[in-house]
Design a protein around this ligand. Structure first.
Ligand SMILES: NC(=O)c1ccc[n+]([C@@H]2O[C@H](COP(=O)([O-])OP(=O)(O)OC[C@H]3O[C@@H](n4cnc5c(N)ncnc54)[C@H](O)[C@@H]3O)[C@@H](O)[C@H]2O)c1
Length: 300
């Protein structure tokens, strides 16, 4: 069980939702906290909340899809707060859903940039520093927590780029865990896989950087947006609960973190399909009438 008090943590995507709650939960455990986000205003709000809690904090506005920004975050966090014990590679976007063949190159670039390259950049900037710290201080323990999603383990329709980005995060996390184990037992990795949580994720279009073109929504893209609005707003586990569950899980040394254990049944179903040589069952099949209603809406 890691001792959190007096340690330092970095959280990306800390201006909202799960990231903000991870930062506040870390502060509540007596950790100093470096927070980062692509949005300055929400980031400053989180920073003010942390300062009110009396913990040492540093806020760095950074776009995780840019390796230079993440390196700048790591440099600042390390020099202001000392060795970073936990990095939460959490920033992400919902992307634009819809039928796969309608996604533009910019849609892919935006979604993979934030969700996949963000995690890659976090690993590249933080892991070597953690390994170096572990090499010189026997007491140092480092944990990399990558935020994936249940969408990294099953593939619901109309969210192809998001699914691909999150499957990649699960893949990278498993590989990172193996790679780390080859060289140290003092730095480990976990992967957070929530289902729907009521946060700002369904409104990520507002954070899409200029030059990544929004464009009009097709019928399927509008349908995907309204499905995700409804599912996210109806999420029964709050971001505060996700943060608490996550700290409890890393305290136990869990690799997979599932804030929605009931959703794991869909992973079992997918794996069974795969092992039994069947085609993929639609994860929406268990939701009475949903697939038929989607077909109907797309046909009109
Ligand atoms: N909310 C859900 O239902 C849900 C489910 C599964 C996984 N997740 C994942 O949880 C993570 C956090 O999302 P959330 O639900 O708290 O959403 P959120 O929109 O409330 O918070 C995400 C934060 O990331 C920031 N961000 C977006 N792009 C960025 C970039 N390129 N660089 C830096 N910051 C960036 C946003 O400004 C925002 O503050 C994401 O990786 C998301 O994919 C969310």
């Amino acid at each position: 069980m890691p001792r959190f008090i007096g340690k330092a943590v970095v959280v990306t995507g800390a201006g909202s939702g799960i990231g903000r709650e991870l930062a506040l939960a870390a502060a509540g455990r007596g950790m100093s906290v470096a927070v980062s986000d692509i949005q300055n205003g929400p980031l400053a709000e989180t920073e003010a909340m942390l300062k009110d809690m009396g913990v040492a904090t540093v806020a760095v506005c950074a776009d995780v899809s840019r390796s230079g920004d993440v390196e700048w975050l790591a440099k600042n966090a390390w020099s202001e707060l000392g060795p970073i014990s936990i990095v939460f590679n959490n920033a992400g976007v919902g992307g634009k859903g819809g039928l796969l063949w309608e996604a533009s190159p910019e849609d892919w670039e935006w979604t993979l940039g934030a969700n996949l390259r963000g995690v890659v950049n976090g690993i590249r900037s933080f892991v070597p520093r953690m390994l170096s710290e572990a090499g010189s201080d026997d007491d140092f323990r480092g944990i990399v927590v990558n935020t994936a999603s249940m969408a990294g383990l099953v593939n619901a329709p109309l969210m192809g780029a998001y699914n691909a980005s999150k499957h990649a995060v699960v893949s990278i996390s498993e590989t990172l865990s193996h790679d780390l184990a080859l060289v140290t037992d003092r730095v480990t990795c976990s992967v957070l896989c929530p289902a729907f949580v009521p946060t700002g994720i369904a409104r990520s279009e507002g954070t899409r950087p200029a030059g990544f073109g929004n464009g009009d929504l097709s019928k399927a893209q509008a349908l995907a947006q309204s499905l995700s609005d409804k599912a996210v707003a109806g999420g029964k586990v709050t971001a505060i609960q996700v943060a608490e569950l996550t700290f409890n899980a890393i305290g136990r040394g869990d690799f997979y973190i599932f804030p929605h254990p009931a959703a794991v049944g869909s992973v079992r179903a997918r794996n069974n399909d795969l092992l039994e040589g069947k085609g993929p069952s639609n994860p929406y099949a268990a939701k009475a009438g949903l697939i038929e209603s989607l077909k109907g809406a797309l046909a009109t």
